[in-house]
Design a protein around this ligand. Structure first.
Ligand code: PAJ
Length: 256
């Protein structure tokens, strides 16, 4: 596995021209990321993973500061999953002094996370467009866990005629139902128990009943919404203490 830190070195590492699958991550890897890596490994000659905690997509300085980082553990996980090239740039490599060009997604980026986290999808769309241009992957892998992110990135690809296939991988959950998230590491055991109201609420497949389940557990959601996020989706965002969690379930196949 090659670890590269500059755009020039990514291009040199991929000189062979084999079809590449890209798995963008911010590290603190868990089984959700592993599922993307396994899928990418099965579908591509070359697997490239990126490891970059993208400051532009954090709307709160405290969230960025608290974001878990453990590069050695992440590199081990990439190695175990057969990644060929890891791109782990420094902040200045991605945002050089004078950086001033942004992708401003509307459409799928409006509402829900777009409203709750101003500038978030601008940061996500900009970094993903940069990664697509740097790696030029045939396919890029994203988790259904961040369903609105998937919708925004599919729109980016359509609107800007990008030559990359967005592949969507199902949400990986702990046995108790909690969707895996790098932020789960920040939950106290008690908060984690409370957080289980989120998957219970999603299991109702109904916004009103989901609200009731959350209220019962004393969880005040940012939103409970049914929206078209790469398919009809019930989506929830809620703060458990200082930690903000999001999760969703596809409603496809539900009786109308
Ligand atoms: P990050 O939160 O590290 O997530 C990287 C990828 O893993 C995303 O596509 C996300 O949807 C997926 N993922 C996270 N939890 C998952 C789970 N429980 N099951 C399945 N997939 C899961 O999302 C980002 O980083 C960033 O926005 C990024 C796309 C890297 C751009 O900076």
């Amino acid at each position: 596995m090659r670890i590269v830190r500059t755009v020039a070195d990514v291009r040199a590492a991929l000189e062979g021209g084999d079809e590449a699958g890209l798995v963008p991550t911010m590290g603190a890897l868990h089984e959700g990321h592993a599922s993307l890596l396994t899928t990418a490994r099965a579908e591509n000659e070359v697997v490239v993973a990126s490891l970059f905690v993208n400051p532009a997509q954090f709307d709160e300085e405290s969230d960025l500061a608290a974001y878990p980082r453990d590069e050695d553990a992440d590199l081990d996980a990439f190695r175990r999953h057969g990644v060929d090239v890891v791109f782990a740039p420094a902040r200045e490599e991605m945002y050089a002094p004078g950086f001033a060009t942004w992708v401003e997604p509307a459409g799928a980026a409006v509402g829900l996370e777009g409203d709750a986290r101003p500038g978030h999808f601008r940061g996500v769309a900009t970094i993903c467009l940069k990664l697509f241009n740097i790696v030029r992957p045939a396919r890029a892998y994203f988790g259904r866990k961040d369903a609105q992110q998937v919708a925004v990135l599919k729109q980016l690809v359509r609107d800007l005629d990008l030559d990359v296939e967005i592949r969507v991988v199902d949400t990986v959950r702990d046995p108790d139902g909690l969707a895996l998230s790098s932020r789960n590491a920040l939950l106290t055991p008690e908060a984690r128990e409370t957080a289980l109201a989120i998957p219970r609420a999603l299991a109702t497949h109904d916004a009103a009943r989901a609200h009731a389940v959350l209220a019962d557990a004393g969880v005040e959601p940012d939103y409970v919404a049914v929206a078209d996020l790469d398919g009809p989706t019930l989506a929830i965002a809620a703060r458990i203490g200082p930690i903000r969690l999001i999760d969703n379930v596809l409603l496809e196949g539900d009786p109308a």
